[in-house]
Every structure is written in C-alpha cells, then in structure tokens.
Design a protein around this ligand. Structure first.
Ligand code: ADP
Ligand code: MG
Length: 234
C-alpha cells in the first residue's frame, strides 16, 4: 500500500464509529401480549465517548446493550462494531467480533468463581487469536489490584471485585466497553472510584456505552441518551 493510502486508511479507522446502531427494533411476544422493547433506537459511539443510556426500569436499556453486544438479535435495524456488522451474523462470527472488540461489564457475576483474577483475565485473552499487547501487570497496577492477581473472586472486597471485573472487561483492549448498571451494587465511594476509572478508559480511546439510572454515572458521561418505552427521548 502506498504511504498516502496507508495514512488514509489509518484516518478512516480513527474516524469510524466504535459502535453504530441504526434504527433498532425489538419485540417480545408472550401469547397475545406484545412488548415493544426497542422502537427505532439509533446510537453512534465514537472512541473516547462515554455514553450513558438512562431511563426508567423497563425502558429498554438492557435490551439495547444486548443487541449492541450481539447477544440478542434486533427484529429490525442493524449494529456495526468497529465497522463490522455484528447483527444477523452466524454465532461464530458474532463471537469473534465480540471477543476482539467488545468488553462487557455487568452489575455482578463478571468473574468465574473457581478461577483467580489472573486466570479470569487469561481466559478472556485466550478467546482472541492475536490479542493486542495489553500488559496485565501494569493494568492491574493501574486498577489498584497488583496484589490480587492470585486472589479468587470470593477473596476480594466489593470495590476490588468491581475493579477486577473492569480488568477482565479490558483484557483484550476492546474498541467498546458495554456496561449494564455497572455500579448498581456499589456504595457511593466505590461507585465514584469506578467512574474515575471508566472516564480514564474512555480518555484512552475506548468507547463506553453504559446503562444506568444513577445520577452520578450520568454526571460522568460525555453524553446521555434517555430511553422511554423503547424510544430515545429527543
Ligand atoms: P431496562 O433494562 O431499561 O430495565 P429491559 O431492556 O430489560 O429494560 O426491558 C425492556 C422491556 O422488554 C420490558 O418491558 C421488559 O419486560 C421486556 N423484556 C425484556 N426482556 C424480555 C424477554 N426476554 N421476554 C419478554 N419481555 C422482555
Ligand atoms: Mg436493565
């Protein structure tokens, strides 16, 4: 590739959205009952953005995140991660895109109980054929977990577990970090520590999309999108 083309390719990559969800629809049917969980939701997240999806319980936040992660299929619309379509693809394709580009953080149960923190990280690393060179040791130092690499989840405090979950989510240097109520079970001090870390993660070029109804989380975001009844409130 000529030098100028290579330069152009790098510029395109940098400008390409980390996540691009276009007009997502998701319906659930149980007997005669139909639930419209998503009704035409579009979201674009660039690297470096920290987007919070707010809205009342049942407004579609978790459904949206599951569709962005390729864990649920939208009934309409599509999702692209780092330029690659993840929606309506065979499961192995979705898994590959997810392993390479998506880090996931949930309210709880982010770690396998019978593995140490270091083993949990190694497991996630193993999902990617050619992982980026993420330095585990310096990541653990940065997250204040340097002394806990050999600890099992049950040996960690609540705050340490939250940071350990983040370490696992970041293990493959994801293009986007998807977080569903990431601070839902944390006290306010731990929540604010995790939010500082998330702001740092976004600052270093990862896109974050986090569902939360916490005011503190919304305050840490670079942009807030509010859902109501499966629609984005303008
Ligand atoms: P939130 O995360 O904002 O609380 P959800 O995305 O979990 O909202 O749910 C949105 C709507 O879709 C709710 O009305 C919920 O009951 C419904 N829903 C979610 N998952 C399912 C499912 N698997 N089957 C049926 N209805 C569902
Ligand atoms: Mg939810």
């Amino acid at each position: 590739m000529a030098r100028r083309d290579r330069f152009a390719a790098v510029v395109v990559m940098a400008a390409e959205p980390a996540v691009q969800a276009s007009s997502l629809y998701r319906f659930y049917r149980a007997g005669d009952e139909e639930t419209y969980a998503l009704q035409g939701v579009s979201v674009t997240a660039l690297r470096g953005e920290f987007i919070v999806v707010a809205g009342p319980s049942g407004s579609g936040k978790s459904t949206l995140l599951a569709c962005l992660a390729g864990m649920d299929e939208p009934d309409g619309g599509n999702v692209r991660i780092a330029g690659q379509r993840i929606s309506h693809q065979p499961a192995p394709v979705q898994a590959r895109i997810r392993a390479r580009h998506v880090g996931m953080l949930f309210q709880s149960a982010n770690l396998l109980e019978h593995l140490t923190l270091a083993e949990n990280i190694a497991l996630v690393r193993g999902l990617v054929r050619r992982p980026d060179r993420v330095d585990t040791v310096s990541m653990l130092v940065e997250l204040g977990l340097a002394d806990h690499a050999r600890a099992y989840p049950s040996q960690l405090s609540g705050g340490e577990l939250a940071r350990a979950a983040l370490a696992v989510a970041l293990a493959n240097a994801p293009t986007v970090l998807l977080a569903d109520e990431p601070t839902g079970e944390l006290d306010s001090v731990t929540e604010s520590a995790v939010l500082d870390l998330l702001a740092g993660v976004a600052g270093s070029g990862t896109a974050i999309v986090a569902a939360s109804h916490s005011v503190a989380v919304a305050a840490a975001a670079t942009r807030v999108i509010t859902l109501d009844n499966g629609r984005v409130i303008p």
